[in-house]
Design a protein around this ligand. Structure first.
Ligand code: CAA
Length: 242
């Protein structure tokens, strides 16, 4: 994100552009690092999106509501198109890393949550601001939040909309690692190098397996492990990359 003068505040176009990046990502890309220019990862939605005038060149959510069809299906489609910008970061063929310095607020926090891994600078502050603004978090962040911190803590964080400092984020497992700001880029580079050292197909199959584990019973997961391993063994026997 490269809008530091607005603390990387995001509009609908940011999210449809993100979706486009996901849809057109070359197959050779294995790691995606999401970061923001300037002092903040992202201040979340551009608050002008909620004004009656909206943001120039963008759909106005408020106008859509006022003029839209009574069942709000157009608005639901719009939100779904925004969510596409976040969903692909879980794709098994890539590992996504959020490199977070400064604030990650609202949509910014949800973007970090959409990534597989989070590396935080020690000045990072995460905040699920939406309920404080009369909204709900709707950019696919609630599921990873609950899966990471549990229902009670997720409720507390969302309903107080308090800022979670980096060290607490690490304790809550919202961050894999916290480093001083000067070391953030080098730490992410080292992590990328470590991830790239694992053969691509094995990494994809393992991510697929791990991602489905929370929704599977033990028996289902054991079956999925067998299936994935037979695929890997067959590839190795054929002389593939393993
Ligand atoms: N939308 C539009 N402009 C924003 C913005 C936002 N979300 N956040 C910051 N800016 C602008 C400020 O208005 C300011 O502009 P000017 O220079 O013209 O005054 C500029 O960016 C720099 O901001 P600050 O001077 O406030 O910078 P800071 O470093 O002191 O503070 C901040 C950073 C803590 C992120 C603070 O700007 C802030 O609290 N921003 C608002 C955060 C917010 O409420 N976001 C909405 C989250 S909810 C969400 O995202 C909803 C959803 O998905 C449905």
């Amino acid at each position: 994100m490269a809008r530091p003068e607005r603390r990387n505040a995001m509009t609908g176009r940011t999210w449809t552009a993100l979706a486009h990046i996901g849809q057109t990502l070359p197959e050779s890309v294995r790691i995606v690092v999401v970061k923001g220019d300037g002092p903040s990862f992202s201040a979340g939605i551009d608050l002008a999106m909620f004004s009656p005038e909206g943001v120039e060149g963008e759909r106005s959510l408020m106008r859509d509501l006022r003029d839209g069809d009574p069942d709000h299906s157009a608005l639901a489609d719009t939100i779904a198109s925004y969510q596409e910008g976040f969903l692909w970061l879980r794709d098994p063929g890539i590992v996504s890393i959020a490199s977070v310095r400064g604030h990650a607020i609202g949509a910014g926090f949800q973007l970090a949550l959409s990534c597989d891994l989070r590396v935080l600078a020690d000045d990072a502050r995460m905040c699920m601001k939406e309920p404080a603004l009369g909204l709900v978090p709707d950019l696919t962040g609630t599921k990873p939040l609950v899966e990471t911190v549990g229902v009670s803590r997720a409720l507390e964080l969302c309903l107080t909309a308090r800022e979670v400092p980096a060290e607490e984020a690490r304790e809550l497992r919202l961050a894999e690692v916290v480093v001083d700001g000067a070391s953030l880029d080098a730490t992410v580079d080292d992590l990328v190098a470590g991830l790239l050292a694992t053969p691509a197909e094995a990494a994809t199959a393992t991510k697929e397996l791990i991602r489905q584990a929370p929704g599977n019973t033990l028996e289902e997961q054991a079956e999925a492990e067998r299936r994935a391993q037979i695929g890997r063994l067959a590839a190795l026997a054929r002389g593939g990359d393993g």
